[in-house]
Design a protein around this ligand. Structure first.
Ligand code: DX5
Ligand code: ZN
Length: 219
């Protein structure tokens, strides 16, 4: 079953509790949390305090996407705050092997993210340490951007690599996903589709979540 991970970034902060509870009650199992440091990406979002605040109110898997220059310095705090998956950018992590092992030591699932123009080969030697590989389908930093079509062949390529090496990481895709493209992204091989504006930007987030889940699983 393909999953949809609503992105907190698009939440209406005034209605955050109701919106999150609505998708969870509709059966959603992942909440995507975008952490931006104003350095690796040109925007600032929030830190471990947000996860700590949400954690007692939700049993969803906190899928924590670190868009930061120094992920290693923040791992312990995000782990303690309640992250379940911690995903780090290849472009920001020269010691990728070390950081993925550290995430596992903290008892969390480890993910690798690649920007739209970063060759898959940059992650290839570390794939066996990954529980999840996230392919960006927009340039990270902001919600509400247009899906970059070049991400589609990359999903299929990554799925082929997974098969070739007999690995089991999940493939996640993030950015610009909505009802117009969810089906083809899932068909290309994505297991988890992140959606921000297409869920929390809608008047009925639970309905939007259910519709995207249906589209992702129709093949
Ligand atoms: C972008 C973030 C995404 C973002 C997706 O830097 O990583 O997770 O929230 O938002 P939409 O779905 O609106 O493109
Ligand atoms: Zn993200």
């Amino acid at each position: 079953m393909k999953k949809i991970a609503p992105s907190f970034l698009a939440v209406d902060i005034w209605q955050a509790a109701a919106q999150i509870a609505a998708v969870e009650q509709a059966g959603c199992s992942y909440l995507h949390l975008d952490i931006m440091d104003g350095h690796f990406v040109p925007n600032i979002s929030y830190g471990p305090g947000l996860l700590q605040c949400l954690r007692p109110h939700s049993s969803m898997i906190f899928d924590t996407h670190l868009m930061v220059s120094d992920a290693a310095a923040l791992l312990d705090d995000f782990a303690a705050a309640g992250a379940d998956i911690i995903t780090v950018h290849v472009e920001a992590c020269p010691h990728l092997d070390r950081i993925l092992r550290r995430i596992h030591e903290l008892g969390k699932k480890a993910g690798i993210v690649l920007n739209p123009a970063t060759p898959l080969v940059m992650a290839e030697e570390a794939l066996e340490l990954a529980d999840l590989v996230l392919l960006m389908s927009v340039n990270p930093g902001f919600g509400g951007q247009k899906f970059i079509a070049g991400a589609l062949p990359r999903i299929a390529k990554l799925a082929a690599l997974r098969e070739e090496y007999d690995l089991h990481f999940l493939i996640e895709v993030d950015g610009g996903i909505d009802v117009t493209n969810a089906a083809e992204i899932a068909a290309a091989g994505a297991d988890i589709l992140v959606a921000g504006s297409a869920i929390f930007g809608k008047a009925q987030p639970a309905e939007a979540y259910l519709e995207l889940t249906r589209l992702a699983n129709q093949a």
